[in-house]
Design a protein around this ligand. Structure first.
Ligand SMILES: C[S@@+](CC[C@H](N)C(=O)[O-])C[C@H]1O[C@@H](n2cnc3c(N)ncnc32)[C@H](O)[C@@H]1O
Length: 228
């Protein structure tokens, strides 16, 4: 194993079995929505989407999909790639994408590093990573998604001048991320006042994980990084 997360998913892939409808959509609709990193990515990422889109965003580890679906509905002219390896969550999101007729979403049900490496250079205009798995114990910190290698991956895929938005309620993960960003030449933290990391981004719908963190008395932090 490397010293930092370099692509070998540690989380859970399977929870509750899919509902009959989710299973059906997995067969009828997932094949057209799922990205296929075994074939080269199109030079123009916009061509991945059924709707005409002006730019492409990414969300890594969308969980219940609240944020992904909200952004997709709010921005029909933006293509959004959502990645989530946990099948129960993917099943739910799939139903929402199909029933909502969302033509600006593509999905991927495995490790995000596979898509980050597949994307053309500078092809993303925004990336979100909201409440990544915290890996509380110090000996597990190297499993955290934020790592020098994965920041290289984000830096390659994001266009200069774009943002990487990260949220966490775990102090040690916030510190960890700020430290890795400080050491990475492609990124800078944009915060100027405390509100910049205390307040979420405009149009923020919250996420299921965030609601749980708030119920349990933890404080979310919202970090905005500029891709130089
Ligand atoms: C703590 S949950 C947060 C989910 C959601 N963002 C929210 O705020 O409710 C972290 C999510 O990241 C996903 N995840 C973990 N490692 C991942 C990886 N390598 N690639 C993509 N997603 C990953 C997990 O499956 C899980 O759903």
């Amino acid at each position: 194993m490397t010293d930092f997360y370099d692509g070998s998913f540690y989380g859970r892939r399977k929870g509750k079995p899919l509902t009959p409808r989710q299973s059906t959509l997995m067969e009828t609709d997932m094949p057209r929505l799922q990205l296929d990193p075994s074939v080269p990515a199109p030079a123009d990422l916009a061509s991945l989407f059924e709707a005409p889109v002006r730019e492409v965003w990414l969300e890594v580890g969308f969980g219940g999909g609240e944020h992904l679906l909200h952004r997709a509905r709010e921005n029909p002219d933006v293509g959004i790639i959502g990645i989530e390896p946990f099948s129960t969550s993917m099943g739910k999101a799939l139903v929402e994408v199909v029933d909502g007729g969302l033509k600006n979403v593509r999905l991927y049900d495995d490790d995000a590093v596979q898509i980050l490496d597949w994307l053309p250079e500078a092809s993303l205009s925004l990336a979100y990573q909201l409440y990544p798995d915290p890996w509380h114990k110090k000996r597990h910190w190297k499993r955290r998604f934020i790592s020098p290698k994965n920041l290289d991956r984000y830096a390659r895929a994001l266009r200069p001048g774009s943002q990487f938005r990260f949220a966490s309620d775990i102090d040690t993960y916030v510190d960890w991320t700020l430290r890795h960003i400080r050491d990475h030449e492609a990124f800078e933290w944009t915060a100027e006042t405390a509100d910049d990391w205390r307040q979420p981004w405009a149009g923020w719908p919250g996420t299921r994980y965030e609601a749980k963190a708030l119920r349990e008395g933890r404080v979310p932090r919202y970090l905005t990084f500029l891709r130089r």
